[in-house]
Ligand binder design. Structure first.
Ligand code: SF4
Length: 195
């Protein structure tokens, strides 16, 4: 008999953190269902989040390491891949190495990456993709508010009377934040109508 489970999780695509339920059919991620109680997205998802489960079982997903030999990528064992990585790292001086971790990694994984960079490779240069994109605004926030992180809740945006957006295409980069801006505009229009 077919077994279906609903697993509450968080969309991995952008930093908005929308919640949804992963529909798991016979042990395989199959669909994304709305999670009404998500405090961030209130049951809504943008198209990226709606399809967030698809890469898990995509036939295009790389599942085995490949090494280029004579100009062609060839499948190899993990041991062979790790040996090559260790050999390449060993042939570089610390100041010749930088570590870049994916925007899709968790805080814990980023912490491991920077520890690996500092302790194993002895390089101070490690950076996350979102860190590189948001470094200047983070510095500005830290100077003004004392913290380089978001200083207000996403819910506040929908209740704002004025939203000032700088250096962001919010509707593409963080669509559910964009939705909060539209809701703020609707609320402002309604309050103007009442005056
Ligand atoms: S806005 Fe879209 S991509 Fe970003 S977390 Fe929400 S559903 Fe995912």
């Amino acid at each position: 008999m077919m077994e279906i489970k609903y697993v509450s999780t968080t969309c991995p695509y952008c930093g908005t953190g929308c919640g949804f339920k992963l529909v798991v059919r016979d042990g395989k991620a199959f669909d994304a269902a709305h999670r009404q109680r998500s405090p961030v997205s209130g049951g809504k998802l943008c198209p990226k989040g709606r399809c967030a489960h698809e890469f898990i079982n995509s036939p295009d997903r790389l599942e085995k390491p490949l090494i280029k030999k004579d100009g062609e990528f060839v499948e190899v064992t993990w041991d062979e891949a790790y040996d090559l990585i260790a050999e390449k790292f060993g042939s570089c001086k610390p100041d010749e190495i930088a570590c870049l971790s994916s925007a899709r990694t968790s805080n814990e994984e980023n912490c491991l990456m920077q520890k690996f960079a500092r302790v194993a490779l002895r390089t101070p240069t490690s950076i996350t993709a979102p860190g590189s994109a948001t470094h200047p605004p983070s510095r500005g926030l830290a100077a003004v508010f004392g913290s380089g992180a978001m200083t207000n809740s996403i819910r506040d945006i929908a209740e704002s009377k004025c939203v000032f957006v700088l250096g962001s295409n919010t509707f593409e980069q963080h669509p559910l934040i964009g939705r909060s801006i539209i809701r703020a505009r609707g609320a402002a229009a309604r309050s103007r109508t009442r005056c």
